[in-house]
Design a protein around this ligand. Structure first.
Ligand code: HEM
Length: 420
């Protein structure tokens, strides 16, 4: 039973954003459930969260909608402002889809995109991913230094996503800009100004993709966008434009900042453990285990959200219809009942249960296989080609991005001895 007196958390506090794991350790001492009075109930206990994630009838992923459709305007409770609505009136109509849908619609969406993002389809992209990776490294290797996030960890996943969606690589920075806005539009608290920016990005994204969707309907190609547009499974009709636009938006947002921060967060762990770097160089087959432990230990997505559909209680903490509940995936990864000594980064950890860095249950990350391949290839190439990698502390800024949901460092400057 949680002790409600001591489980109050301020998710937006900078101390929490800088080191959320202290918060999770306190929550685990008190039953694994906390409350942020301005946001909602936070669930960090592994088993409690696993049960909640499966209970989609009571804990919904859908975004509030009215007769104009769902509004992707952050997790704020205040209604979307009139001037933001005016911008949004130029967007294409959309419906709650995939990440923001519940069964049975969610099950249908998942079925229809699974061919495009299946392990088989994404494994076929590995040579392309390796080529993008080596080209990026070629551009800085002779310099002996790199600003890791903008020069490597951002362009790698964004270029891969552009290729997946079958659009021009010249547009990747526009994608990055939209993706950044979309991610906060989905999981952060947004200021009025930020909502306006997100609304403009939604309109631009729709204007960009509607003609491309229509083109692939008329003339299918072999990119994954075309597969998403045209797939029919078990007699289900293909996805409509109203469904495809939010799904593309989600793939765009989920597919880049997450992987960027996975590369950055994992690199920081390695910089503090030269013995581990040596081990991974000598045994690249251990890189996937390092990536999994990085997803457990310092996951790029700390949490998402659910909306309560009927009054309930979570480990004794009452929740009411309409309340927000925060599934704290990163908190579950530090549940000492499941991951003993959770603060220890141990790639040989004999896990009996999977980490929740990619979520859990029906909404388990649809891009997990792709993210794993990108991160593995990134570290195979970085560790294989750069010698004596160290952090350039003076040129780095190891404070975190200002989000309690998306977790990554601002600036990681590296020095290395040169090509091996
Ligand atoms: C390290 C990288 C990544 C992390 C940490 C991550 C994390 C997550 C998490 C925690 C969820 C669960 C959301 C929830 O249940 O509320 C999720 C869902 C999702 N992810 Fe990822 N993700 C990553 C990479 C990707 C990539 C590369 C793609 C696409 C190409 C992607 C596409 C999606 C989609 C479409 C969903 C929604 C699935 C559904 O609702 O059924 N993700 N991701």
């Amino acid at each position: 039973m949680a002790d409600e007196r001591n489980t109050e958390v301020d998710l937006g506090a900078s101390e929490h954003i800088e080191c959320p794991y202290k918060t999770y350790a306190s929550l685990h001492q008190l039953g694994g459930v906390g409350v942020d009075p301005t946001i909602g109930t936070i669930v960090a206990g592994y088993d409690t969260l696993a049960a909640l994630a499966k209970n989609t009838q009571v804990y919904s992923s859908a975004i509030t909608e009215d007769d104009r459709g769902p509004r992707h305007m952050g997790i704020n409770s205040e209604p979307v402002q009139d001037d933001v609505e005016e911008v949004l009136s130029n967007a294409h109509r959309i419906v709650n889809a995939l990440f923001t849908a519940d069964p049975p619609e969610h099950t249908r969406h998942r079925k229809l995109i699974s061919k495009a993002l299946s392990p088989r389809s994404v494994r076929a992209l590995e040579p392309q991913i390796r080529q993008i990776t080596t080209d990026l490294i070629d551009a800085f290797i002779d310099r002996g230094s790199v600003d890791l996030i903008p020069e490597f960890a951002v362009p790698l996943p964004v270029t891969v996503i552009a290729d997946i969606l079958g659009v021009d690589r010249a547009d990747i920075w526009t994608f990055k800009h939209w993706g950044d806005l979309m991610i906060s539009g989905n999981i952060d608290l947004l200021s009025h100004e930020r909502r306006r920016e997100v609304a403009h990005a939604v309109v631009e994204l729709h204007q960009y993709f509607v003609p491309r969707i229509e083109e692939r309907r008329r003339q299918p190609t072999d990119d994954l966008l075309s597969i998403m547009v045209n797939t029919e499974v078990d007699g289900e009709p293909p996805l409509t434009t109203e469904e495809l636009l939010p799904i593309i938006d989600q793939i765009l947002l989920a597919g880049h900042e997450t992987t960027t921060n996975l590369i950055g967060n994992a690199m920081l762990v390695l910089l503090g453990d030269q013995a581990l770097i040596t081990r991974l160089r000598e045994n690249p087959a251990d890189i996937p285990a390092m990536v999994e432990e990085a997803l457990r230990w310092d996951p790029p997505i700390q949490c998402t959200y659910r909306r309560v559909m009927r009054d309930d209680s979570i480990e004794g903490v009452p929740v009411s219809t309409g309340d927000m509940v925060i599934p704290m995936w990163a908190g579950a990864n530090w549940d000492p009942e499941v991951f003993p000594n959770p603060e220890r980064f141990d790639i040989d950890r004999p896990n009996t249960k999977p980490h929740m860095g990619f979520g859990f249950g029906p909404h388990f990350c649809a891009g997990a296989e792709l993210a794993r391949i990108e991160a593995r290839v990134a570290f195979e190439e970085l560790l294989g080609r750069l010698r004596d990698i160290t952090l350039d502390e003076a040129a780095s800024d190891l404070s975190h991005l200002p989000s309690f949901a998306s977790h990554g460092y601002r600036k990681i400057a590296l020095k290395f001895a040169g090509a091996s």
